[in-house]
Write a protein that binds this ligand. Structure first.
Ligand code: PLP
Length: 397
């Protein structure tokens, strides 16, 4: 049988069976046509069954679907690495491919730790944010702090957590700066830790402190990259030393991720000594289908004013949620293509998914967070419908 994610299998409700998907809609076996508010965990920015995306993948399948990157390169990976190099700011020029976001984060941290080993000044500590989520692999869990059962794998003597206040950040750099290999953040928007939003001034100060203490600044833009915060990348605002991208990288059509390092980090591995080399190589890194999908996804993103579409989502969400007021609501947060209602008690959201399903909306709140990260192609009517379903839920109780 299928072992489902993040779920107690004994008490789990029967999952929906999707038989077709197009645009923002999921079509279920029992004849529902649901607006997907999650974009399949933030990834499906063009929606489902986009003919351009389909064609790009099919065209590549008809050439070859995969060839290992060990000792071999191919046109899609060459084009994609060049494209990312031209899109990303500064010297974020050196792209390491992998198969998922969690692995991209592992790679970033491994790079940071080895960077200092290569310099013969080893540093093991990693600083991350309170409420952070960076994936489900071991190091990613260790540095994570997302308030659910991952906590049993979190922390340890090499992990430092900071608030998103400049005051706390400065104290932590003062106390740990000299032993930190890296500071990793989900920039501006923390997803699975509760859709928390913080100010760009924090990133600017963090950049200064990373420079002062020679700490590698890592952005986990797996969720925020490709527009979700309203910026193409948060890296466009304040530059990190390493950035991880995933999810929307391929438009959500195939799983893939990248860890892109700037020249300073890359040069720490470059030399005549084989021991300096970065010893990593997932079997499916730079898979040709995923590279073809990513190239087409980026083309669609650039040619169809996606930043304008994301701005509209934000404007409509702000307008429609402005009159939602209920004692059970703790906070409403809206940023770019994300909106979230945080409630005071988890119980307030019990049964919401089933309620939404009857109204033709697919929503999967977690803990105290009712959130939407829809495909960017969503229309105004569809957005208004989602938010009306939220409003009905709060008005009925
Ligand atoms: C910020 C962030 N980092 C890492 C990951 C892990 O990505 P993946 O699920 O592709 O391993 C996620 C997934 O939700 C994420 O939101």
């Amino acid at each position: 049988m299928i072992w489902f994610p993040y779920t107690q299998m004994k008490t789990m409700k029967e999952p929906l069976t999707v038989v077709d998907a197009k645009g923002v809609y999921l079509y279920t076996e029992d004849n529902h046509k649901l607006i997907d508010t999650t974009a399949s965990w933030w990834s499906k920015i063009h929606g489902y069954n986009n003919p351009h995306m389909n064609k790009a993948i099919i065209d590549q399948v008809n050439k070859f679907s995969h060839v290992m990157l060990g000792g071999i390169k191919h046109k899609p990976v060459m084009e994609l690495s060049k494209k990312l190099e031209s899109m990303l700011p500064g010297t974020l020029n050196n792209t390491f491919f992998s198969d998922s976001g969690s692995v991209a984060v592992e790679i970033a941290i491994k790079m940071a730790i080895q960077f200092f080993i290569n310099k013969k000044k080893p540093r093991n500590k990693i600083m991350s944010l309170k409420n952070s989520y960076h994936g489900d692999t071991f190091k990613a869990m260790e540095i994570g702090d997302d308030g659910d059962y991952h906590n049993i794998f979190s922390g340890g003597q090499n992990t430092v957590l900071t608030d998103t206040t400049i005051e706390d950040l400065e104290i932590n750099f003062k106390n740990h700066g000299d032993s930190l290999a890296a500071f990793i953040v989900e920039p501006l928007l923390q997803g699975a830790g509760g859709m928390k939003v913080y100010d760009v001034s924090f990133l600017k100060r963090a950049r200064e402190l990373c420079d002062e203490y020679e700490v590698i600044f890592i952005y986990d833009e797996i969720a925020t990259g490709f527009g979700r915060t309203g910026n193409r990348f948060v890296s466009d605002l304040v530059e990190p030393d390493i950035v991880c991208l995933g999810k929307a990288l391929t438009g959500g059509y195939l799983g893939h991720a990248v860890t892109v390092a700037n020249d300073k980090v890359f040069e720490g591995f470059y030399g005549d000594d084989q021991d300096l080399a970065f010893m990593h190589g997932p079997t499916f890194m730079a898979n040709a289908l995923t590279c073809a999908a990513a190239l087409k996804s980026i083309e669609l993103f650039e040619q169809n004013d996606y930043l304008g579409k994301i701005k509209n989502i934000q404007t409509i969400a702000k307008r429609e949620l402005s009159d939602l007021c209920d004692d059970r609501i703790a906070d409403i947060r809206i940023l770019g293509g994300m909106f979230c209602i945080e409630v005071k008690e988890e119980d307030t959201l019990k049964g919401f998914s089933e309620f939404a399903y009857e109204k033709e909306v697919y929503s999967r709140p977690f803990l105290k967070y009712l959130y939407a990260t829809p495909p960017y192609i969503i229309t105004e009517d569809e957005l208004v419908h989602i938010i009306n379903v939220y409003k009905e839920w709060f008005s009925k109780k």
